[in-house]
Design a protein around this ligand. Structure first.
Ligand code: SAM
Length: 221
C-alpha cells in the first residue's frame, strides 16, 4: 500500500453550497435513479487499486467501486461532506476488513500527493463547480500513474446554440445557491490535454443538446 500522510486537517473547511449533504442527495435522487446511477456504475465498476475521487461530495460514487479497488482517497473542501460520507461508507464495504477510505479536506487544484500515486482518478459533477477546472485536471493527471485511468462524468455547455444561449443566461442565477456553472466547455478542455488518451467517451443527456460528457481516458505510458 502506498504511504500517504494523514490528510485530515481542522483548518480551511469551506461550505461549498447553501444547503447540506442530505438536501443535495434528495435533490439528486431522481437523477441518480434515472441516469447518474447507471453512468456511475458503468464508469467505476472496472477500476482497480488505489483510486482518487476529487470533490467526492456526499460520497455517492463510493457505493460503485468494485472489490478490486483497495483504497479510495477522497478530497473535498467541505467538512460536512467528509463526515457525512465517512458515516455512509461503512454500509458500502469500507472500513474494518473492507476497502480503505482516506479523507482529505482540501481542493482539487492543490492535491497534496506525490506524482504518479494513483491507479485511477475520478471526477464526477465537479468541473462545473471548482474554481479552476483546468488546474484540477492537471493536478489529477499529475498524481495519476502512467497508464492509469481518468474518469469523467461532467455536465457542460450544450452544443445546440439555442440551448447554449439559455444556459448562458441562467448560469449566474443557478450559480448563486449551488456554486455550479452551467456553461463551461469541459469536454473541449479535457480533450486538449495531450497526456490523456481517449478510451471511451459519450456525449449524452436527459435533455436536448447533450449537456453531459462521460469519458474514460488513460494517461500516456
Ligand atoms: C455537485 S457536487 C458533486 C459531488 C460528487 N462528485 C458527485 O458526483 O455527486 C460538487 C462537489 O465539489 C466540491 N468542490 C467544490 N470546489 C472544489 C474544489 N476546488 N476542489 C474539489 N472539490 C470541490 C463540493 O464541495 C462538492 O462536494
Amino acid at each position: 500500500m502506498i504511504d500517504i500522510p494523514s490528510f485530515m486537517t481542522d483548518e480551511g473547511s469551506k461550505r461549498t453550497s447553501d444547503y447540506g449533504p442530505r438536501t443535495y442527495d434528495l435533490f439528486l435522487a431522481p437523477m441518480e435513479i434515472a441516469w447518474f446511477g447507471r453512468w456511475r456504475r458503468r464508469m467505476l465498476s472496472t477500476l482497480k487499486g488505489e483510486v482518487l475521487d476529487i470533490g467526492t461530495g456526499t460520497g455517492t460514487n463510493l457505493k460503485y467501486y468494485p472489490e478490486d479497488v483497495r483504497c479510495v482517497t477522497v478530497v473535498d473542501p467541505d467538512d460536512d461532506n467528509i463526515s457525512y460520507l465517512e458515516r455512509r461508507s461503512r454500509g458500502w464495504g469500507f472500513g474494518d476488513d473492507g476497502k480503505c477510505l482516506r479523507t482529505h479536506m482540501g481542493v482539487g487544484e492543490e492535491l497534496p500527493f506525490p506524482d504518479e500515486t494513483f491507479d485511477a482518478v475520478v471526477s464526477t459533477l465537479i468541473l462545473c463547480t471548482v474554481e479552476d477546472p483546468e488546474r484540477v485536471v492537471s493536478e489529477g493527471t499529475r498524481v495519476l500513474k502512467r497508464g492509469g485511468r481518468f474518469i469523467f462524468i461532467e455536465h457542460q455547455l450544450p452544443r445546440w446554440k439555442p440551448q447554449a444561449i439559455v444556459f448562458n443566461i441562467i448560469s449566474p442565477v443557478w450559480h448563486a445557491p449551488s456554486g455550479c456553472n452551467l456553461n463551461r466547455n469541459t469536454e473541449e478542455m479535457i480533450r486538449s490535454r495531450t497526456e490523456l488518451v481517449e478510451l471511451e467517451t459519450h456525449r449524452t443527456g436527459p435533455i436536448l443538446g447533450y449537456p453531459f460528457f462521460i469519458g474514460d481516458f488513460r494517461k500516456r505510458a
